[in-house]
Write a protein that binds this ligand. Structure first.
Ligand code: GDP
Length: 304
C-alpha cells in the first residue's frame, strides 16, 4: 500500500504522458514507439534500457503484425518485468540474513544526502523487529553530524553504535565495530562509510582498506556492499552508481526517496545497466517505508 502511494507520482507522470501520446491511435506504430521512447527516457529509465525495451516491443509488433494500443500497458509491464527479472527476484526474504553468516556484515556506501543514515536506521529497526541483534559502526568519521545521527538512530532503535573521534581512520572504526559485533554475538553489523566522491582513487583506497581490515576479524566480510542512491535525483543516481561500482564491488542497491518523485523509472535503468539487484527501496520517511524490493509488486505498482 505504501508502495502504491510512494510510486504514485512516477505513475501519474508516466501514464499522463502516455495517454496524451496515444490520443487518436489504435495501433502501436513507429510514431507511438518514438513517443514511448521519449517518455521512458524522461521517466529516467535511462537511454540504454529504454532502447532495450523499445526493441523488445518492436519485435513483438513485427511478430504479431498488429498490436493495439490498448494492449500497450500490459506489454510494457511484461517487458519491464522480464528485464528486471534478469537481476532481481521476487523472493528476497524480508530483513533476513543467510544462515551460517553470523554476524552478517553490511557495508553501506553512497554520497552524503542520499539517505544513507536514514536507511541504516530503518534497516536496524526492521532487523530488530525480526528479533535480530544489530550493531552499527560509524565509520563516516569526516562528518560529526553523520556520527551523531547514527547514534541517535541507535538510541531510538536500541542498538549499540561503535564510534570514535572525528577524523579517525574509518577502517579503525570498522575494525572495532566488527570485533565488537563478534564479541557481542550479534546477528547483523552495519557499517556506515564516508560518501565523498572527492577522487575516485581515494574512494577506492578507503573502501578497500575498510574491507581489508574487517577481513582480519571475519575473512569473508563484508557479506554485502549496499550502495544507497537517491531515486529522486534520476540520472545523478546513475552517475553515482557508475563511480561506486568502479571503486568497489557493489552487491546490492537501496534506492531511496521514490515517494514524491516522478523519477521511479530510474530503478529499472540502474538495475539493468549495472546488473546489480535492487534490494531495498525507500518510499517514505517512516521506518516501514523501507521495503525489500519485489520486482512483481514494483512493476504492478508502477504500470497498473
Ligand atoms: P545521508 O546524508 O545520506 O546520511 O542522508 P540522511 O539519511 O540524513 O537523509 C537525508 C534526508 O532524506 C533526511 O531528511 C531523510 O529523512 C530523507 N529520506 C531518506 N530516505 C527517504 C525516503 O525514502 N523518502 C523520503 N521522503 N525521505 C527520505
Amino acid at each position: 500500500e505504501s508502495l502504491d502511494k510512494g510510486l504514485e507520482k512516477s505513475k501519474e507522470s508516466f501514464f499522463g504522458k502516455l495517454g496524451k501520446a496515444l490520443v487518436g491511435k489504435s495501433t502501436v506504430d513507429d510514431e507511438v514507439l518514438d513517443n514511448l521512447e521519449e517518455i521512458l527516457v524522461s521517466s529516467d529509465v535511462g537511454v540504454t534500457t529504454t532502447l532495450k525495451i523499445i526493441e523488445r516491443i518492436q519485435q513483438r509488433v513485427a511478430r504479431d503484425k498488429y498490436l493495439g494500443t490498448s494492449e500497450l500497458d500490459r506489454i510494457l509491464k511484461e517487458e519491464v518485468a522480464g528485464l528486471l527479472s534478469e537481476n532481481n527476484t521476487d523472493n528476497i526474504e524480508e530483513f533476513e540474513t543467510p544462515a551460517g553468516k553470523k554476524p552478517y556484515v553490511i557495508m553501506v556506501v553512497g554520497v552524503n544526502g542520499v539517505g544513507k543514515t536514514t536507511t541504516i536506521g530503518k534497516l536496524s529497526a526492521q532487523f530488530t523487529k525480526k528479533g535480530k541483534k544489530v550493531l552499527l559502526g560509524a565509520a563516516d568519521t569526516f562528518r560529526a553530524a553523520a556520527v551523531d545521527q547514527l547514534k541517535l538512530w541507535g538510541e531510538r532503535v536500541g542498538v549499540p553504535v561503535i564510534a570514535k573521534g572525528m577524523n579517525t581512520d574509518p577502517s579503525a572504526v570498522a575494525y572495532d565495530a566488527v570485533q565488537a559485533g563478534v564479541d557481542q554475538n550479534v546477528d547483523v553489523i552495519i557499517i556506515d562509510t564516508a560518501g565523498r566522491l572527492h577522487t575516485k582513487v581515494n574512494l577506492m583506497a578507503e573502501l578497500t582498506k575498510i574491507k581489508r581490515v574487517m577481513q582480519k576479524v571475519i575473512p569473508d566480510a563484508p557479506h554485502e556492499v549496499l550502495l544507497v542512491l537517491d531515486g529522486s535525483t534520476g540520472q545523478n543516481a546513475m552517475i553515482q552508481a557508475r563511480e561506486f561500482t568502479k571503486a568497489t564491488e557493489v552487491t546490492a542497491l537501496a534506492i531511496t526517496k521514490l515517494d514524491g518523485t516522478a523519477k521511479g523509472g530510474v530503478v529499472i535503468g540502474i538495475s539493468d545497466e549495472f546488473k546489480i539487484p535492487v534490494k531495498y527501496i525507500g518510499v517514505g520517511e517512516k521506518v516501514g517505508d523501507l521495503q525489500t524490493f519485489n520486482r512483481t509488486e514494483f512493476v504492478d505498482s508502477l504500470f497498473r
